[in-house]
Design a protein around this ligand. Structure first.
Ligand code: PLP
Length: 395
């Protein structure tokens, strides 16, 4: 039997997914589940979504042939330039899609969780665009660590509410956002920032990000005379940029998928975010998926130098891709990622986000044929990471 990589009607990818939520949240999630496919299929939705992706986000993003990098690694390397999206990364593809869904559902108030602040900024941006109230929950510790993004959100008109419980980071911010949603079921939509959370979020977010692989196919056809690369490579935090990059290639087994996780200080160091390799099945944020946890099921604090990969779970689609071996998972250390960030900067004149830099380290780990077409998703630009680069390399 052919393996199916699309979500089932009840929200599963193989053994992973579902909607494990408190009863109080059921009406909100159910309203979304009943309506998201209907709404997103409407011609008026598709028209507005595509117009905004073109005129506001700047799509299609280029598929750039990286000449010097290709020469060094003796293979054909193309970069999908999501770093050129408005706000500097792929996250805006999803927030635009979700805010249009929220409007169709008659919602007037938007909430979101954020860790490093990138998803918070992308959410605040689309709320400003649509004139909707925006509340972003963020751990108190993260608010201190990520001051520039907090300022950006405030400048865009959002209210940033500190999460004061637990470790005062992303998971606590998520708990606060869920509590808010339970208390405001009528007027509020919760914009989740990756292919995580209860069904239908992983599928909905993957569909919005699927524009990435749709464009890659058309662009490769023009440049190489084929829609199908030999490899597509993307970094994985929650998994949204990878889901978008893989989406239209999932059923074409000739296209090799490579998912790159953060090994932090090393997979075995106890300080990493290599979720699929180290994880066991568990439930996080409403979804059954691979999760870093202790033997008695306590979630382990993840670590990565890149805030965007520093998540203890991974979306259910990726757990399924890992279990079925449809995708190869490679874990990259802080050190290797930072070196790849410098290499891309100095060989192609592109400073990547540190999340993205992890994907480029695969070029050193894997041997590609000279005729292979390798597409790397350049998920975001490095401006936000300049201080980390400065400290690391003593620039
Ligand atoms: C947030 C972020 C990621 C990680 O999130 P995914 O949902 O796994 O894509 C990767 N790259 C950049 C630039 C980001 O901002």
């Amino acid at each position: 039997m052919k393996t199916n990589f699309n979500v089932t009607d009840n929200g599963y990818y193989g053994n992973f997914g579902g909607a494990f939520i408190p009863e109080m949240l059921y009406p909100n999630v159910e309203e979304l589940r009943e309506n998201y496919l209907k709404i997103t299929a409407e011609p008026s939705f598709q028209k507005e979504f595509m117009e905004l992706l073109v005129d506001y986000v700047g799509r299609p993003t280029p598929l750039y042939f990286a000449k010097r990098l290709s020469a060094k690694y003796n293979t054909k390397i193309y970069l999908k330039r999501e770093d050129l999206c408005h706000t500097g990364a792929h996250k805006i593809n999803n927030t635009i899609g979700q805010i249009l869904v929220a409007k169709k559902l008659g919602k007037t108030r938007i909430i979101a969780e954020t860790g490093a602040g990138q998803h918070g900024v992308a959410t605040a941006t689309v709320c400003a665009l649509m004139g909707l109230q925006c509340i972003v929950y963020m751990g108190e510790v993260d608010i201190k660590r990520q001051a520039p993004n907090v300022a950006r959100m405030k400048m865009l008109g959002a209210e940033v509410r500190p999460a004061l419980s637990g470790s005062k980071t992303l998971k606590d911010a998520t708990n606060e956002a869920i509590r808010d949603w339970i208390n405001n079921p009528e007027d509020t939509h919760y914009i989740i920032g990756s292919v995580v959370g209860p069904h239908p979020y992983p599928d909905m977010v993957a569909r919005f990000q699927a524009i990435i692989s749709k464009e890659i196919k058309a662009q490769l056809l023009e440049k190489e005379g084929t829609e199908f690369p030999d490899y597509v490579i993307a970094c994985v935090g929650g998994g949204s940029n990878a889901a978008g990059t893989f989406y239209h290639f999932l059923d074409d087994e000739n296209v090799n998928l490579i998912a790159v996780e953060a090994a932090g200080k090393g997979v075995e160091s106890g300080e990493s975010a290599a979720t699929s390799i180290l994880g066991k099945i568990g439930i996080i944020h409403g979804s059954k998926t691979l999760l870093m946890q202790t033997n008695d099921g306590q979630i382990t604090e993840p670590y990565s130098i890149s805030a965007g990969l520093d998540y203890p779970g991974v979306g259910p689609l990726h757990s399924h891709l890992f279990e079925t071996k449809r995708a190869e998972f490679i874990a990259i250390t802080d050190e290797d990622a930072m070196q790849s960030g410098i290499e891309l900067s100095q060989m192609e004149g592109i400073i990547p986000a540190i999340e993205t830099a992890h994907a480029f380290s695969v070029l050193d780990k894997k041997q590609f044929k000279s005729t292979d077409i390798v597409v790397i998703n350049l998920s975001g630009r490095g401006d936000k990471d300049l201080n980390t680069y400065i400290d690391y390399f003593k620039l």
